[in-house]
Ligand binder design. Structure first.
Ligand code: FEO
Length: 414
């Protein structure tokens, strides 16, 4: 796909990755794109690069507009490999270009490349680059989502190049939100945004809120947001800002997600009366079997719902491996304001349910204790116990949910 002009003199020159299905463990059924942008002004400026395997695509797009040797400035907003790992190809063609990067970004870049012959300008929030007729202002966004991260704002065009923030893993011939929604739907785009946020930005909700407040305080006029993945927001960029605020404020649906795995179907069997108990209390339920579901899908469903129940058999006195892996992954994403509980079957000593509660404690989640444990296979009495556990858990979920601002619970329209 060739370069696309997004603002007068500013072009998308990125690459579309139609086939990636595993993005460092995050399932990407719709592929992704690596977006970077070329400012054709008195000084030719490239903002970000692309994943190294795709370097030839961006070079081809740049060559269609200008000789890459004419690039005078390269802005590196973020040093994760999907955005900066073509920098060596760019610098080989434009060796006198100056790289604009944060101090932490430079430190990281030095670990990946021999940068001794490259020229740098270390920038911080408020610093600017004048390309002739355009002024690029830098805005550091540390831990959104790496320590080095920053955004670039082109004043004259009211364009925010936002790096990973506001992105989505979507491979599409559409470059803009309105084009994508015409081709698919608003809900398809909304789904992609939420999936991306849950799996990448969930730990950083407080920072998201603070950074959006800072942008508003600076009085930046924004009429386009161009992220480094997926489609560009030109129709109404305020909607994606509001959607991020809603997500950062931990809005969630009144729903319980049961995430379980099973050895010989006993823990699986327990999900049925538990689900019926939850439903009897008037709360909707979503049931996810790990090993049959990508972990990133389970993460998103948990993040969208106010409460989760984890079903784990005991194996060798500890949690079932897929559940242990899942809870460790979830802990890293630092979920907040979610209610938790656990259940499972065991053969002789038990121990998995206790371990699950220990994980909830590490995450700082409010838990409904005790959970339910069943010896070998649930019988009629166990089923009653499971039903009652589900019912009481749902009642606690309803009370817990009332603490939050749920005027649009989990329903954030882009
Ligand atoms: Fe798309 Fe943090 O890289």
């Amino acid at each position: 796909m060739g370069a696309v002009e997004i603002k007068p003199g500013i072009y998308w020159v990125g690459a579309i990755d139609w086939s990636v299905r595993d993005f460092h463990g995050y399932v990407t059924p719709n592929g992704t794109s690596y977006n970077n942008y070329l400012v054709l002004d008195k000084q030719v400026t490239l903002v970000d690069t692309v994943k190294h395997d795709f370097s030839e695509y961006t070079l081809e797009n740049i060559r269609g507009l200008v000789d890459p040797a004419k690039i005078e400035n390269v802005v590196i907003n973020h040093i994760e490999n999907d955005h900066m790992s073509s920098i060596d190809r760019i610098m080989a063609l434009a060796p006198t270009a100056t790289i604009y990067i944060t101090a932490r970004g430079k430190k990281g870049l030095d670990r990946f490349f021999d940068t001794s012959k490259w020229q740098f300008r270390i920038v911080k929030t408020g610093d600017t680059l004048n390309t002739g007729t355009k002024t690029v202002t830098f805005l550091e966004t540390p831990m959104l989502h790496w320590p080095d991260s920053m955004m670039s704002y082109v004043q004259e065009d009211k364009l925010l190049i936002s790096q990973d923030a506001f992105g989505q893993h979507l491979a599409s011939s559409a470059r803009f939100d309105d084009e994508y929604c015409d081709q698919y739907s608003v809900s398809a785009l909304e789904h992609a945004v939420r999936d991306y946020y849950a799996n990448i930005l969930m730990p950083f909700g407080t920072l998201v809120k603070a950074k959006i407040a800072e942008v508003r305080k600076l009085g930046l006029q924004i009429d386009m947001i161009a992220p480094d993945h997926g489609i560009i927001w030109r129709k109404d960029p305020n909607k994606i800002l509001q959607m991020y605020l809603d997500m950062a404020n931990d809005k969630a649906d009144l729903r319980v997600v049961i995430v379980y795995d099973t050895m010989w179907h006993s823990t699986e069997h327990m999900t049925i009366p538990i689900m019926e108990g939850i439903k009897a209390a008037g709360v909707e339920v979503d049931v996810i079997k790990l090993r049959a579901t990508p972990m990133s899908t389970a993460i998103k469903r948990i993040w969208e719902s106010r409460a989760m129940l984890v079903g784990t058999p005991t194996l060798n006195n500890i949690m079932f491996p897929s559940i242990a892996e899942f809870l460790t992954h979830l802990r890293g994403l630092r979920p907040k304001n979610r209610l938790a509980g656990a259940f499972g079957s065991f053969g002789w000593g038990g121990g998995a349910v206790k371990e699950a509660y220990a994980e909830f404690k590490k995450m700082g989640l409010e838990a409904v204790e005790p959970g339910v444990e069943v010896l070998y296979r649930p019988g009629p009495e166990d089923e009653k116990k499971c039903f009652e556990f589900g019912r009481q858990f749902a009642e606690r979920t309803i009370e817990f949910h009332k603490q939050f601002n749920n005027d649009q619970p989990g329903k954030c329209k882009p």
